[in-house]
Design a protein around this ligand. Structure first.
Ligand code: AAE
Length: 687
């Protein structure tokens, strides 16, 4: 695009003054006698050294997190000057406040309204769980947990589907002050032991089986294996409670500390549900990759960035192994109704999720008969497009207000498809990026500003995001130059992890985020750029996957932005290859072709020309290969680092969360390629 050409907005806010964010601006203006007007004014104020504390305290009270009867919210940090507070060691937030997250989550829903619409693959109908039922199911599990000796600070773990049970068990654990940690059912026994041996749970809940893409998997043998190994790993496991989710009649006597759901529940003594009020910084969730802080951050994202309201029906597609499960769980605090789905997004039909979105309504909210907020991923949207599904023609999605996408970079091409062909143009498409480690977003959406193709709209409120020079370890911002660089955060935020679990935790925490730029700068490991025309943000990929041939740095997402425009390509993965004795690296692009298509020399030429024209000759991959499969994690992230290591002859650690680990083998043959790698001279090579 030429510099004089203005970018066209794909979506513009219609009634910005009616949004939660606009109400919040009026609220802080009044409280502090200031005159913030735009989103950018609000963001600047939310991260300034002398008002960061005001922002988080105001968000705390505006979002009504404090327990009923709280007279005053204390200071966010002990020190008033947030410039002097490092992010590591992690500061304690709101040191004088107490809260119980479960009480907060269950506080707002009206007894007879539907809290959760639950749909399971392979099970007909929609289970409607009212708020009253949710509270009473939580009470039953709470009662049995107390009888089983679960107390403040104990870990409750679950190998569980994205079900109502998962929410109920988590709520019961949090009401006691126990910590929650979950894994999804498809994880193998080694991965389950890897995770839970570290956190030493007191109780583990496990579904007896799961259903995915039409197949029922009985987990009996896997549970036996991991329960035995967990028991031997020296923890304090007292029960492995089997949930008869698939009615598979598991023999619990064969499982180490096995206990049936009925005998577990039978331990209850009829106790009322009670909430343990704990310090703001009391831990609540153990997440893998990396408290109340999470609740404040998630609420801020939901209400102020996504404008979630009480009348919304929210549908986030996720498993219990992804941080989006936690975000969705905290979502219930808005009193909004949710659709919970367990199963494959494409089974029995590729339009299953869209059908559900149309169908699900909320009891007692007569004018809402469809999902209004749909949370998904770039992969899902690309898949709809490549299957030629046109949601807005096939379904009534007129009530859909917001579609959020996370987990990977959402390409410009998918943005354009969304508005030109795919979804109702009135829906706001929000691409967001944060991480498991921060339980929320660094950058995301706002209802106050337009949406542009390929761009994340804004930096999230209260998050002092900056873009630092990727070639240096010094704190040098390149944001105002429009240059690509490292995404960092330079001020403390309440959803920072409290610690890394287990021995050596503080050291691992420090080396993960603070080695690169020091204790005042959180280094996220994402490569990002600001679009100077619009102020939007463009994610370019993970920093460790950054491509760097002959000193030109660019992100894999830039290459995917081109491959995604070619209809014959189903998917692609782009990595750097390092060779022994060569300081430079070359770029390899692997393309998975659609059925019936092949990587012809014409396609290679088209690809190279498109990359050269859009970026530069130095962005053109040295080699383009056809490949039969692309490895993904179960959360839909491409395994670029594994491939980069494999093609560079380095050892690679394959985590239990790779959904299709066999595909990694396909890349081993690319270790030995001819030495010469002049760009654009890529020989055609197929497998
Ligand atoms: C909010 C996110 O960024 C979620 C993720 O890590 O995929």
């Amino acid at each position: 695009m030429s510099t004089t050409e203005k970018k066209r907005a794909l979506w513009v806010p219609r009634h910005p003054e009616e949004t939660n964010a606009a109400r919040f601006v009026r609220y802080v203006n009044k409280r502090h006698s200031i005159q913030l007007k735009t989103y950018h004014d609000l963001h600047r104020w939310s991260v300034a050294a002398d008002s960061l504390q005001h922002f988080w305290r105001d968000a705390y009270s505006f979002l009504e997190l404090a327990p009923p009867g709280t007279k005053q919210i204390g200071n966010m940090l002990e020190s008033e000057n947030t410039n002097s507070v490092p992010l590591f060691p992690p500061p304690r937030f709101f040191p004088s406040d107490t809260l119980n997250i479960a009480e907060f989550l269950l506080r707002n829903g009206k007894a007879d309204n539907v809290a959760i619409h639950f749909v399971r693959e392979g099970v007909a109908g929609i289970e409607k769980v009212t708020w009253q039922e949710l509270r009473s199911r939580t009470r039953v599990v709470y009662d049995a947990m107390v009888s089983s000796g679960v107390g403040v600070g104990d870990v409750v773990a679950s190998v569980i589907s994205n079900s109502v049970d998962a929410m109920v068990i988590c709520l019961a654990s949090l009401s006691i002050g126990a910590l929650w940690s979950s894994a999804s059912c498809e994880l193998g026994p080694v991965a389950v032991v890897d995770r839970f041996a570290q956190v030493k749970p007191k109780i583990v809940f496990a579904d007896d089986g799961y259903v995915y893409a039409g197949k029922v998997t009985n987990l009996d043998a896997r549970i036996r294996q991991w329960a035995q190994e967990l028991g031997e790993s020296g923890g304090r496991l007292s029960d492995v409670v089997i949930i008869p989710y698939c009615s598979l009649a598991t023999d619990v006597s064969k499982i180490y500390k096995g206990c049936s759901w009925d005998s577990f529940v039978g331990r209850g003594k009829g106790r009322e549900l009670a909430f343990e009020y704990l310090p703001f910084s009391h831990p609540a969730f153990i997440l893998y990759s990396s408290g109340t802080g999470a609740a404040l951050k998630v609420k801020t994202d939901m209400i102020l960035q996504h404008d979630t309201r009480e009348v919304d029906v929210v549908f986030q597609y996720t498993t219990t192994a992804w941080v989006m499960w936690l975000l969705n769980f905290i979502n219930i605090s808005s009193g909004a109704s949710m659709l919970l789905y367990d199963g494959s997004p494409f089974h029995p039909k590729p339009t299953t999720l869209l059908e559900l979105s149309e169908e699900v309504g909320a009891l007692c909210i007569t004018d809402v008969f469809s999902v209004t907020i749909f949370g998904t991923s770039p992969r899902y949207l690309s898949e709809l497009r490549s299957r030629a599904i046109v949601p807005r023609e096939q379904f009534d999605l007129s009530k859909l207000r917001l579609v959020t996408s996370t987990g990977a970079v959402l390409s410009e091409d998918v943005f354009n498809w969304f508005y030109e062909t795919g979804f109702p143009p009135t829906a706001q498409l929000v691409s967001m990026s944060g991480g498991t480690d921060i339980a929320g977003c660094f950058v995301g959406g706002t209802p106050l500003l337009p949406v542009y193709a390929g761009e994340i709209q804004v930096k999230a409120l209260g998050m002092a995001v900056d873009i630092l020079d990727a070639a240096r370890d010094a704190v040098v911002s390149v944001e105002h130059l429009g240059q690509a660089g490292e995404l960092v955060c330079t001020k403390p935020f309440p959803s920072q992890p409290l610690a890394f679990w287990g021995t050596g935790g503080p050291g691992k925490y420090k080396s993960s985020y603070f080695e690169r730029f020091g204790p005042h700068v959180w280094y996220q490991g994402d490569f990002i750029q600001m679009e100077m025309d619009t102020g939007g943000l463009i994610m370019l990929g993970r920093s460790d996957g950054v491509l760097n041939p002959s000193g030109v740095r660019f992100g894999s997402a830039e290459i995917y932005a081109v491959t995604e425009t070619l209809p014959e390509i189903d998917d692609s993965i782009c990595v750097g290859q390092k060779r022994q004795g060569d300081a430079d690296e070359r770029v390899l692009l692997f393309v998975k072709m659609k059925q019936g298509q092949s990587n012809s020399s014409k396609l290679e030429t088209t690809l190279k020309q498109a990359i050269r024209a859009r970026y530069s000759p130095r962005h053109v991959p040295s080699y383009i290969f056809e490949i039969a499969d692309i490895p993904y994690t179960i959360n839909g992230k491409k395994c670029e680092i594994n491939i980069k290591q494999i093609v560079s002859g380095q050892k690679t650690a394959v985590s239990g969360t790779v959904a299709n680990p066999a595909s990694l083998k396909l890349y081993e043959r690319f270790l030995h390629l001819p030495a010469d790698n002049k760009p654009a001279r890529a020989p055609k090579s197929k497998i």
